[in-house]
Design a protein around this ligand. Structure first.
Ligand code: HEM
Length: 204
């Protein structure tokens, strides 16, 4: 018999799927602008620019919603490192590398009080509190290049800002692949995806 725990309130689900679609649009148009031959673009260059600009602005607004949601609801408590995080990260990594194949019990069972295991917690904190803000701030800076006031080695900081933006975009793309893979480790391969639609996490 499986047990259901309500972990994902409506606002988190709405934020999450809006964020996911926008990130996918940003990654696809970003890759198209960065790598494809201008003569034979993956997506027409001017379309990529417009979609990237609109999706980027919507993502930044949606991100503000995430921050306020976490500040004013109890969801924010899941985004704080607790004592012993380093040891807990090791215990969770050992479980994924070994214990899970030996059918051991998960070392940090999911509950209403603690809905992320230590590795999830670390990756969500880094992505949501470091990578997404950096990509959004550098994106806004590139959007207004004429406003850039500071110089790096005698040049406008545009190049450096652009490099940081692309690296962070790459980090978020890598996160996405790992994130989706780890989401398949649930009661069934699809149960975690269902929980992000109906709000209920299913466990043994
Ligand atoms: C197609 C893309 C995506 C899919 C299918 C997906 C799937 C999921 C699923 C199933 C969960 C619930 C299970 C869990 O907590 O691990 C989840 C949670 C989460 N995802 Fe994603 N995700 C996607 C994109 C993203 C992106 C692009 C980000 C961030 C840039 C992201 C950040 C998060 C966060 C922070 C949570 C926890 C939310 C909370 O409960 O507070 N996801 N995702």
């Amino acid at each position: 018999m499986s047990e259901k725990v309500y972990l994902y309130p409506v606002w988190i689900r709405l934020w999450h799927w809006f964020n996911a679609v926008l990130c996918l649009l940003l990654i696809i148009t970003g890759v198209s602008m960065q790598y494809s031959d201008p003569a034979y673009p993956m997506i027409r260059f001017d379309w990529s620019v417009s979609i990237h600009d609109v999706a980027g602005i919507l993502l930044a607004v949606n991100y503000i919603g995430f921050i306020f949601g976490n500040l004013f609801t109890s969801n924010g408590r899941h985004y704080i490192f607790r004592k012993g995080i380093l040891k807990n990260l090791f215990v969770q990594a050992r479980y994924y590398a070994y214990g899970i194949f030996k059918k051991e019990e998960p070392p940090f069972p999911i509950s209403k009080e603690s809905k992320f295991n230590p590795l999830q917690k670390m990756s969500y904190i880094i992505i949501m509190h470091v990578a997404v803000p950096i990509v959004a701030i550098t994106g806004i800076m590139i959007f207004f290049p004429e406003r850039m006031v500071f110089d790096v080695f005698g040049n406008k900081a545009l190049h450096l800002t652009d490099i940081i933006h692309v690296i962070m975009g790459f980090v978020i793309s890598l996160f996405l692949v790992v994130h989706i893979y780890f989401c398949t480790i649930g009661l069934t391969p699809l149960s975690n995806f269902k929980s992000m639609f109906n709000g209920y996490h299913e466990k043994h």
